[in-house]
Design a binder for this molecule. Structure first.
Ligand code: 3HC
Length: 303
């Protein structure tokens, strides 16, 4: 059944090569998913060879893990490793039909990335963004072909969570949207069409949820109590474990976006901001106990 609001699937254009801008953790997860499900070459770009090597290394390690669990055959593993490559220049996108960016969450950076990609790709190549909360319409502004820009928002861990928010910007045309839905379906995701509004739908809800949990901790509820208060509701993980998975910097960015858009309804946790400023990847240490430095930070009483 066609998802509500999705355009006629006959408008979808074929995708025979994918470009991924970035080689960080999200970008690498995307590269693997696209190669595995679309079975087409996927090329990642990043600023330096070390980042590229790390991204390609992640893909190879995950392929090894899938092989170890007999989820894929040895032939498939070799094929997958061959499909995902890295390049230092965006020229490698010249024959791509679908390019997705997963770079730093900054509108100016993403606009610059799309402007550079537009220099090398065909007029119909889809430009997708995995942004968590920025405006897809703003991201397309200034491009020669803003109609090929679409939001394509995945959830962590990308390989596991079925949801994909597809965002129609003000200029997005039907063939672009239709191609996005066709790709989403081949990726085996549950695609929903959402409005181009701050943080779309799901991060809007999650931000509210996370905001209230961090506020409780900011106000002095012990960290473990705030984190485990909802355990009996059967959530797959606690809020602070989710914060660790998403990354405090990303969570803070979404909270700031929501606060800027709706200051009366969304706050920004002082302690979350300090966690990010301190460069902490999450609340827990390697043994999944609350990190003592983070506890001290929260109990310092910032709010
Ligand atoms: N990366 C890749 N794969 C992972 C993973 C990770 N970080 N964590 C778990 N997995 C895989 C495991 O390898 C396993 O796959 P397998 O069956 O092939 O071996 C599968 O997930 C299930 O893992 P486990 O059995 O170890 O663990 P659980 O059953 O507890 O599930 C979970 C782990 C899927 C992460 C589950 O806890 C969950 O769904 N948590 C909620 C996640 C969530 O809400 N994400 C949304 C975040 S918001 C976001 O991303 C938006 C962004 O814009 C901020």
């Amino acid at each position: 059944k066609r998802p509500a609001g999705a355009p006629d699937r006959s408008l979808a254009r074929p995708v025979t090569k994918v470009g991924v801008v970035g080689a960080g953790l999200m970008a690498s997860q995307l590269a693997l998913l696209f190669a595995r499900r679309l079975e087409v070459p996927v090329v990642m770009t990043d600023l330096d060879q070390a980042r590229l090597d790390k991204g390609v290394g992640y893909v190879h390690a995950e392929v090894g893990r899938l092989l170890g669990k007999s989820r894929i055959s040895a032939d498939q593993a070799n094929r997958l490793k061959g499909l995902v490559t890295g390049s230092l220049t965006k020229d490698a996108f010249a024959d791509a039909d679908f390019v997705i960016e997963a770079v730093f969450e900054d509108l100016g950076v993403k606009q610059k990335v799309f402007a550079e990609v537009e220099e090398v790709v065909s007029e119909t190549c889809v430009l997708a963004t995995n942004t968590s909360s920025l405006s897809v319409t703003d991201m397309a502004a200034g491009l020669r072909h803003p109609e090929r820009v679409v939001g394509f928002h995945f959830f962590n861990p990308v390989a596991v969570l079925p949801l994909l928010e597809i965002v129609r910007g003000a200029a997005t045309d039907d063939p672009t949207l239709s191609t996005a839905f066709a790709v989403g379906k081949t990726l085996k995701k549950s695609c929903v069409l959402v409005k181009d509004a701050p943080a779309f739908v799901v991060n809007r809800l999650l931000t509210r949820f996370m905001g209230e949990v961090t506020a409780a901790a900011d106000e002095g509820t012990p960290l473990e109590v705030a984190d485990h208060a909802l355990d009996s509701l059967g959530l797959p993980m606690t809020p602070f474990a989710l914060l660790q998975l998403v990354g405090p910097a990303v969570a803070l960015h979404v909270a700031e976006t929501m606060h800027a858009a709706f200051p009366d309804r969304f706050g920004v946790s002082g302690n979350l901001a300090e966690l990010v400023a301190a460069g902490k990847p999450g609340l827990y240490g390697p043994d999944f106990q609350i990190d003592p430095e983070v506890r001290a930070l929260f109990e310092g009483g910032s709010s």
